[in-house]
Design a binder for this molecule. Structure first.
Ligand code: SAH
Length: 243
């Protein structure tokens, strides 16, 4: 039976503590008692742990042994801000699929009211990533950056292979760009950064900016996918190479 896996908010080298709603669920619903075993994720590491103290909104564990953590995919998803419900669904699916980091960006065709509201949504996006990591039994939680202008991210120096998913791109399939990155990385895992445009797609000057900063344009095929579909498809292609 696979033990439940919980992501701790507080920890030190010997103990970890779950607080808030998670703790309440453990104490009230799961009737956690001292001695109950669980897998506890603390600081990106996974431990076999056992309950030592239960309070209504706080459960404390002794960390017994560190377990082999399954690393996330070394992929950063640069997501243009678009309809929040669809975008939040994409954040949840990307987390389930192993994304390591999510960088929300304001693109030319990001609707103005969403760009303005995005700053206040970042905490909610982090909570969605945390819950999806918990549900998918990940040993780490993807980071979610504060929203930034697209150009700032495009120009930032990176050590990753940077790929812009371009719906008009007919030449290079994403698969090919990843094959090349895997070959170039030899026995390392290649770090990848994948950018997805907003509902309205990339503006011409954005495509030029990506190109001028060395991003590789890649296609997911002849059909036009919704941004959330593109996120799932892209991460699935990456996982098929790296997992
Ligand atoms: N409004 C655009 C579609 C934008 S889809 C149009 O109708 O042409 C949103 C984003 O998903 C795109 O900017 C791109 O990053 C990605 N995407 C969608 N379909 C794609 C495809 N076939 N290949 C590569 N990227 C794609």
């Amino acid at each position: 039976m696979t033990r439940r896996r919980w992501i701790a908010e507080h920890w030190d080298e010997a103990t970890a503590t779950i607080t808030g709603a998670q703790a309440e669920h453990m104490s009230r619903v799961l009737r956690a008692q001292p001695g109950m075993e669980a897998d506890i994720v603390a600081g990106g590491h996974v431990f076999h742990a056992e309950v030592v103290a239960v309070a209504p909104r706080e459960v404390r564990f002794n960390l017994i042994t560190e377990l082999q953590a399954d690393p996330a995919l070394p992929v950063t998803l640069v997501v243009s801000i678009y309809k929040f419900d669809h975008m939040e669904w994409a954040i949840e699916k990307a987390t389930e699929l192993g994304v390591a980091a999510i960088v929300p960006v304001i693109a030319r065709r990001t609707e103005k009211h969403l760009a303005l509201a995005a700053e206040k949504r970042a905490e909610r996006w982090r909570r969605i990533a945390h819950e999806a990591a918990q549900q998918s039994r990940r040993s780490d939680v993807p980071t979610v950056d504060d929203p930034a202008p697209l150009a700032q991210r495009v120009r930032a120096t990176a050590h990753a292979t940077r790929i812009v998913l371009a719906e008009q791109e007919r030449g290079t399939a994403l698969r090919t760009v990843i094959e090349e990155a895997v070959a170039a990385a030899q026995d390392e895992m290649p770090a990848l950064e994948i950018a997805i445009g907003p509902e309205g797609g990339w503006a011409p000057e954005e495509e030029a900016l990506f190109d001028a900063n060395g991003w590789r344009a890649a296609s997911l095929g002849p059909r036009i996918l919704r941004a959330e579909t593109a996120a799932i498809a892209a991460l699935s292609v990456v996982a098929s190479f790296l997992e």
